[in-house]
Design a protein around this ligand. Structure first.
Ligand SMILES: *Cc1c(COP(=O)(O)O)cnc(C)c1O
Length: 359
């Protein structure tokens, strides 16, 4: 077996022990005589897998009892629509911060369901920083306030949360969930596509305060209705059963690493190693405002498009793959989610040093 260091932004690297366990259980799970993929989602053997994944998520994130946890199909993008459908009410308004391409996508989608106010934006600066905000601009009667805690494409992260008072904070945590500690009670809703820090693609996790349930717009399709999904343990229809099982394995792995608190320390070190090198390098330069640097997605350039492309190509030959930046930023992006070990970042930095010495 010859595994590469995979710096892909999502779908992204999964921990090797998770893949190995899944492989060992692929054809025959426990003593059930069948694969998890072949189980009825209503069977008690599958319900055990589902409830185990939910319990682990609650444990590692410290999700309080008054929050529902849902595992839903359609990724984070489905939730861009589900958020307003469930929270906007029939003629409500919501506040959004536009801090990146996904944040923008979320607010564009929300406009189909109600009134959207953009209270801060860094769009004009190509999202190189989290915009500053003024609390006086927030609508105290907004149905919710939406942020994107980590901006995957541009490599920025919030270092503090906006204070929204009674207005529930709704956060897209797709690219930094489980990578750093958050106090779940600071949020009305947390949601995240699975393919960065949770498991395989095609699913989102939604953590929602229970008092926010049951107010969906009348036209809300039932698979998007969180209250109905909460009642049905995410099984209004056949859920992404295998992806939920894989998420459970990833959560077991995370717990074995010491949980979110322990992995946060590793993530800080990994990011520091890379940023420290970028700051001293004569060739490579970070693109995000240093005050808001993401610990998950590190974006940088050489200043020469052909050189960037050459670097990405040479790195791939050395087993460091998927380093091409998003087309909106160009350059290079190293996504270093929980599953990327310190050794992977060390290998990348060594390769960058060598590359720099030879150009
Ligand atoms: C990847 C990503 C999404 C999109 O997730 P899908 O699962 O493709 O819908 C949304 N928001 C953020 C912050 C992301 O990183």
């Amino acid at each position: 077996m010859n595994r590469v260091y995979n710096f892909a932004p999502g779908p992204s690297a999964l921990p090797l022990p998770v893949l190995e366990k899944a492989a060992a259980e692929l054809a025959c799970y426990g003593d059930t005589g069948m694969s998890v993929m072949e189980m009825s989602h209503r069977s008690s053997m599958y319900l055990d897998i589902y409830r185990h994944a939910e319990a682990l998520l609650r444990e590692v994130m410290g999700v309080p009892e008054d929050y529902a946890v849902l595992f839903l199909p359609g990724g984070a993008t489905a939730q861009f629509a589900a958020i307003p459908m469930n929270l906007m009410g029939e003629d409500g308004s919501a506040d959004y911060i536009d801090s990146g391409n996904f944040a923008h996508g979320a607010l564009v989608e929300a406009k189909k369901f109600g009134k959207v106010r953009v209270v801060a934006s860094s769009r004009e600066e190509n999202y190189m920083r989290i915009p500053s905000w003024n609390e006086a601009d927030f609508d105290p009667n907004a149905k919710y306030f939406h942020i994107t805690t980590n901006n995957t494409i541009f490599g920025t992260r919030y270092t503090e949360l906006p204070k929204t008072g009674k207005v529930p904070l709704a956060a897209d945590m797709s690219s930094n969930i489980l990578s750093e500690r958050y106090n779940v009670s600071d949020f009305g809703v947390i949601y995240a596509g699975a393919q960065k820090n949770i498991g395989p693609a095609g699913m989102a996790i939604v953590i929602v305060r229970k008092d926010l349930l049951g107010q969906a717009q009348a036209s809300t399709p039932k698979i998007y209705d969180w209250a109905k999904q909460a009642e049905a343990e995410s099984m209004v229809n056949t859920p992404p059963t295998y992806t939920i099982y894989m998420a459970g394995l990833c959560l077991e792995w995370l717990k074995a690493q010491g949980g979110v608190e322990a992995i946060e320390k590793v993530n800080i070190e990994k990011a520091k190693l890379l940023y420290d090198f970028l700051d001293e390098s004569k060739l490579f330069k970070g693109t995000a405002d240093p005050a808001f640097r993401s610990r998950m997605n590190v974006t940088y350039v050489t200043g020469d498009k052909d050189r960037d492309a050459d670097f990405v190509k040479q790195a791939a030959k050395a087993g460091l793959v998927n380093l091409k930046g998003h087309r909106l930023v160009g350059g290079i992006r190293a996504s270093i989610y929980n599953a990327m070990p310190m050794e992977g970042v060390q290998a990348l930095v060594s390769f960058m040093k060598e590359y720099e010495a030879h150009v």
